[in-house]
Design a protein around this ligand. Structure first.
Ligand SMILES: NC(=O)c1ccc[n+]([C@@H]2O[C@H](COP(=O)([O-])OP(=O)(O)OC[C@H]3O[C@@H](n4cnc5c(N)ncnc54)[C@H](OP(=O)(O)O)[C@@H]3O)[C@@H](O)[C@H]2O)c1
Length: 339
């Protein structure tokens, strides 16, 4: 038996899309647009008139993603920039390209790309492949393009930094641990694949999604303290039918049978993108909000309309925020001062 996407129908996407304002004056950068929620968000932003920057690692998938977006929105302004989140050098090159192709500044950076429950392997920089892809490279990217976000905020009134977290941020302990942010890739527990009983692949994924939420809490606090017009927000997609599960099944992180059963309880990739789309484009979303289909436990936040909630105490606390910031700066090898 193989894993087959169930082909879930969207229930809320059209209504949300139709409620969003024109994005004609905006430059919007999104990581991971070859499939899933990033593809949906890029397409929506293109249709709403934004200049859309697609930050992807070079591949046949990224070429196809770009040509599909152009086919779906022929008058869209799509710009592909190579950015491999497993590689800090690639992120640095992407940031300098953004500086030259976005003299107008960047209104939105949506840190969407992610991988889930992959093997315990290090990146070439020595970090866990999941933590570097999902959080550390996004931390570096935001640090490097921060002046472009400030420029857009000064010129057009605001800019937004958006992280993409998950229900997994709560599993199982809700405590961020330093070792997952350290140069210990390949030595972080091995390849146990039990999602509910402490499989190490999942513990590492959970930590990355907790880091996404904690990064938002740090940014919001620092930006708010200086009265910045740059805002920080975080979304989660519930359980969305994207390529994430297919990739994880192929890597051995999820069984085919369980994935087939579980995904029937999820939602379409379009409905999964509601949270990031509201963060990108909805004027009602404020800095320091968490946007998604509910904030309850594993089984109560899987699907539905994306609502705004406050950040949660288990990462929005001084100890977690200090740990996240210090360890992330140590990992990228530079300070990130917001002042
Ligand atoms: N789907 C869900 O149920 C669910 C639930 C909770 C949270 N999320 C989060 O939602 C976000 C989007 O995932 P998705 O569900 O839309 O999955 P997806 O369809 O697999 O999309 C993931 C995207 O990330 C990109 N990516 C992976 N590794 C990369 C790298 N090294 N450099 C640059 N891009 C990279 C992929 O590009 P390639 O083509 O290069 O692989 C792809 O475009 C992730 O952060 C995920 O953790 C998803």
């Amino acid at each position: 038996m193989s894993y087959q996407k169930p082909g879930l129908l969207s229930k809320h996407y059209d209504e949300l899309f139709n409620s969003l304002p024109s994005l004609e004056t905006k430059t919007i950068a999104i990581t991971g647009t070859t499939s899933g929620t990033g593809f949906v968000a890029a397409n929506a932003c293109g249709k709403l008139g934004a200049k859309v920057i697609l930050l992807n690692r070079p591949s046949e998938r990224s070429k196809k993603g770009l040509s599909d977006l152009i086919a779906m929105t022929p008058n869209g302004n799509f710009n592909q920039v190579d950015c491999d989140l497993q590689d800090f050098e690639s992120v640095r090159l992407a940031a300098s390209e953004l500086e030259s192709i976005c003299p107008e500044g960047i209104d939105v950076i949506c840190n969407n790309a992610g991988v889930m429950a992959l093997e315990d392997i290090p990146t070439k920089d020595g970090f866990d492949v999941q933590m570097q892809t999902n959080h550390l490279s996004h931390f570096l990217l935001v640090k490097l393009i921060f002046p472009l976000l400030q420029k857009a905020a000064d010129l057009r009134g605001e800019a937004r930094i958006i992280n993409h977290s998950s229900i997994a941020r709560k599993q199982p302990k809700k405590v961020l641990e330093a070792k997952y942010l350290e140069k210990k890739g390949g030595n972080l527990g091995g390849n146990g694949s039990s999602m509910f009983f402490g499989g190490a692949r999942w513990l590492r994924y959970n930590q990355t999604k907790l880091a996404n939420a904690a990064f938002t809490a740090c940014l919001h606090e620092k930006l708010n303290a200086m009265g910045s017009k740059v805002k920080a927000m975080v979304a989660h997609p519930g359980l969305a039918e994207t390529d994430l599960q297919s990739t994880t099944v192929k890597d051995g992180g999820m069984g085919k049978w369980i994935t087939n059963q579980m995904m029937k309880t999820g939602q379409s990739r379009e409905d999964g993108a509601l949270g990031i789309l509201r963060c990108i484009a909805d004027p009602k979303v404020k800095s320091g909000q968490f946007v998604g289909p509910g904030m309850g436990g594993m089984f109560t936040a899987m699907k539905g309309e994306a609502h705004c909630y406050p950040l949660e105490e288990f990462y929005d606390n001084p100890a977690t925020k200090n740990l996240l910031w210090e360890k992330s700066c140590e990992a990228i090898g530079e300070k990130f001062e917001i002042s």
